[in-house]
Design a protein around this ligand. Structure first.
Ligand SMILES: O=C[C@H](O)[C@H](O)[C@H](O)COP(=O)(O)O
Length: 235
């Protein structure tokens, strides 16, 4: 019987391997769940399986490299067949919150360049309404405080409130692979994620937000009762 969170993540990652065909151009996600997938893919590659992968973060690039997985940049491979990535939250409509690990911008660029995005997660990430996990919003370093005020104002217009915190690593602000800051927005339940997404992208200092809407084609979710797939991984 599957028990620990790590076992659940690995079980989801294992099932997602079924969606990978030889010769595919693959996007590799970031985070502890995606790391299980990369690890399992590495074992397949060692056994002779051929794929070329584009990592969504430096962390994932280093892991994949250490496992001997063939890598390319997104400039070299601008169209991908499939991206497999984790998520901080997903709902029944396969809408996601991502960015807990700070990789949301590259993750979204890579997912958008992929024909399909398959998300792997344990059941704890499944929510009725997105927003339990504070929404990460990646912002330019220039004028960060001004951008933060605009994010807060935009949320208020939509009837949302709650702390907007600059993500920190120790004393200093956290800096993403792209060199940006991240705001963690604890707005609580997001009844209209599409409206919030539209409002956030209209703020000039916002580089990207962690709402992935209409991007995932399937979520492979592992619980103590087994692993199931929501949505369609094909087509
Ligand atoms: O920026 C990080 C990513 O969006 C991750 O995929 C997300 O935070 C989920 O990570 P984990 O699998 O570690 O919960």
């Amino acid at each position: 019987m599957i028990q620990s969170a790590e076992e659940l993540k690995r079980a989801a990652a294992e099932l997602a391997l079924d969606f990978v065909a030889p010769g595919m151009r693959l996007g590799l996600g970031t985070g502890s769940t995606a790391a299980h997938f990369v690890d399992l893919l590495g074992a397949k590659v060692r056994a002779g399986f051929k794929v070329v992968c584009v990592p969504t973060s430096e962390r994932t690039r280093l892991q994949a490299q250490s496992l001997g997985i063939a890598l390319a940049t997104l400039d070299e491979l601008p169209q991908l067949d499939l991206t497999v990535d984790g998520a901080d939250e997903f709902d029944d409509s396969l809408r996601l919150i991502k960015g807990g690990g700070g990789a949301l911008l590259r993750e979204k660029i890579v997912a958008a360049a992929s024909t399909r995005m398959v998300v792997i997660a344990d059941e704890s990430k499944h929510v009725e309404t997105l927003g339990r996990f504070p929404l990460p919003v990646e912002i330019d370093r220039f004028g960060a405080r001004a951008t933060q005020l605009q994010v807060e104002a935009a949320a208020r217009e939509l009837g949302l409130s709650g702390p907007v915190d600059m993500r920190r690593r120790g004393e200093a602000p956290f800096v993403s692979d792209g060199g940006h800051f991240i705001l963690d927005c604890g707005f609580g339940a997001l009844p209209d994620p599409e409206a919030l997404a539209a409002r956030l992208v209209a703020i000039p200092g916002v580089v990207e937000h962690g709402l992935f809407l209409g991007m995932a084609s399937a979520v492979v979710v592992a619980s103590a009762h087994g692993v199931r797939t929501l949505g369609q991984a094909g087509g």
